[in-house]
Design a protein around this ligand. Structure first.
Ligand code: ACO
Length: 339
């Protein structure tokens, strides 16, 4: 059955995190850092990492498993079963399998009727995935889309580099996007700028491997995360307010109409500066960064899930959300909460 011109609404949301709590004091045993530096520069107090020590009682150790947990919670809230899902989009930069992990999640949750694929846009992944999912629903192709943002960046952090290892945590967040008579995605804007790609990388480094004389192929591996923190900071503070204003314009709304500012949880100083530029009061900022650190593609649905379950976000509220990160990529979406 087709649903041409259907609107889109978030019918369910869920999240899951790593179960190993690493606070700033524990980090100071790993690298030369301290709680005061991390707290004042980033706002992060602790992060939840996926434990890889092989303990049998730690159920979750893969990206697919953590994502499946979040997905199941979202399906339960939406009151649909996995077999009702038409499409699964996994946004991640850290799949268990470079060929993609969306199909692994499909198998874990038993979404037999769905088609599943990965989408990579680093910390902008959730917003890019939201807009991608919306196209399939609006054109009437699919009715129920499971969108998951999940990352295990602890696998790719250089644990001797204090300038990056203090920032990241592991997590997953999922939403069920549904065809709806009223459209709740009011506006969006997506951007990228590859000329600044070298600001933030998790890059493949090739090592030549000789096959026969004069013929070699690349046989390397992925390097740890590298980041020009100051450049990323400058980029975020300049571009995020701009892209939110553009998305609000497309939604025919003003900044004063915004009830909640839900940014990618990278740094509290970035969130505060963006709110200030948009002239939004601090109490409108949704932030759970202190507890989870930067969970990349998971950070927005993770914060949204907590705020919804805490009863903070109410039906009818306008949410301005924005993701930004490697690529460089950035984007914003304006949502009205509810069905
Ligand atoms: N503990 C103690 N000292 C530290 C630490 C640490 N963990 N890390 C760096 N320092 C030191 C530096 O060595 C430097 O010392 P020096 O002055 O003696 O050379 C000093 O602190 C200042 O370092 P800066 O890098 O200039 O610190 P800054 O104020 O810029 O803060 C930070 C760094 C927090 C990374 C900031 O630049 C930032 O938040 N940038 C944005 C990063 C971000 O959001 N990244 C994620 C993007 S999303 C994605 O796609 C993954």
């Amino acid at each position: 059955m087709k649903h041409i011109g259907a609107g889109i609404a978030i019918a369910g949301i869920g999240s899951a995190t790593g179960n190993l709590i690493v606070d700033n004091h524990l980090l100071s045993q790993i690298v030369e850092t301290n709680d005061e530096w991390i707290s004042t520069r980033t706002g992060i107090k602790e992060r939840r990492l996926v434990n890889s020590d092989g303990c049998a009682d730690l159920a979750v150790s893969s990206l697919a498993e953590i994502a499946a947990q979040a997905a199941q919670a979202a399906l339960a809230m939406a009151e649909i079963s996995a077999t009702d899902v038409d499409l699964i989009i996994l946004t991640t930069s850290t799949p268990d399998d470079l060929f993609g992990s969306a199909c692994q999640i499909q198998a874990l949750i038993g979404a037999k009727g769905a088609v599943a694929f990965d989408l990579t846009a680093a910390c902008s992944g959730f917003v890019f995935g939201l807009v991608t999912a919306a196209q399939f629903i609006r054109t009437g192709v699919y009715r129920n889309v499971l969108l998951i943002g999940a990352d295990i960046l602890s696998r790719w952090v250089d644990w001797s580099d204090r300038s990056t290892c203090v920032l990241f945590g592991d997590g997953a967040g999922a939403v069920v996007l549904q065809a709806n008579s009223v459209d709740r995605l009011l506006g969006f804007e997506l951007r990228s700028d590859g000329s600044q790609n070298n600001c933030l990388n998790l890059a493949y480094k090739s090592q030549p491997k000789s096959l026969v004389k004069d013929i070699a192929v690349g046989s390397g591996g992925y390097q740890s995360i590298t980041m020009n923190g100051r450049e990323v900071y400058r980029f975020a503070v300049a571009k995020v307010p701009e892209v939110i204003e553009k998305a609000l314009y497309r939604a025919n709304l003003l900044t004063e109409d915004v009830d909640w500012l839900l940014l990618h949880q990278a740094n509290q100083r970035i969130m505060d500066a963006v709110a200030q530029r948009l002239k939004l009061p601090p109490e409108k900022i949704i932030s759970n960064l202190a507890k989870y650190g930067n969970t990349s593609a998971a950070s927005i649905p993770l914060a949204l899930d907590e705020a919804v379950r805490a009863g903070k976000i109410q039906s009818g509220d306008i949410i301005a959300t924005s993701g930004f990160g490697a690529g460089l990529t950035w984007g914003a979406a304006i949502l009205r909460w509810g069905k």
